[in-house]
Design a protein around this ligand. Structure first.
Ligand SMILES: [Zn+2]
Length: 169
């Protein structure tokens, strides 16, 4: 009999008795059960040459990236870390960039790699500050539009003036 296993069994049982999870009269049965369990584990350990650990299940289904992007967090499908936003710098740690990451997990190009909350907040900020309005092409187009509008307004005014002139007969 292995002295270590017996010692371990005894310690486990004593701990249970002290914690009052095990009535003393059930001690013998518990001792046997625990010892048997430890023996099985030891046999497995020897058979495998290493401690029997539960190997994580390899997902057979393709990863559903949609689950990785929630309202508050985006989970890195490479390492499982969670962020408000999956940064280029973090992806670089996996040898990926946004494009490669999206391709690898079948994420659409238009999908932001950020928590939905963050995405909508950013869209809100963009909508509010309207950065494109500062773009030269936009400013130019806007001026032309105003000029065209002014011309139309002028034409309307003239037309109205003519019309009212005719009304006055
Ligand atoms: Zn990662």
């Amino acid at each position: 009999m292995s002295q270590t296993l017996l010692a371990m069994t005894k310690d486990l049982i004593m701990a249970q008795i002290q914690a009052k999870t095990l009535p003393p009269d059930e001690m013998h049965q518990a001792l046997q059960r625990t010892y048997a369990t430890l023996m099985t584990l030891k046999a497995q350990e020897e058979a495998n040459g290493s401690v029997a650990v539960v190997t994580p299940e390899i997902p057979s289904k393709p990863i559903n990236w949609r689950k990785s992007i929630t309202k508050h967090l985006v989970t890195c499908l490479e390492c499982g870390a969670s962020f408000k936003q999956l940064s280029v710098r973090h992806l670089k740690e996996h040898g990926l960039d946004g494009k490669a990451y999206r391709i690898k997990y079948g994420i659409p190009r238009t999908q932001a790699l950020a928590a939905r909350e963050t995405t909508s907040k950013r869209q809100e900020i963009v909508q509010r500050s309207r950065p494109w309005e500062k773009a030269p092409t936009f400013v130019k187009a806007q001026k032309e539009k105003q000029r065209a509008k002014a011309a139309v307004a002028q034409r309307k005014k003239t037309a109205r003036a003519q019309a009212s002139g005719h009304h006055g007969r």
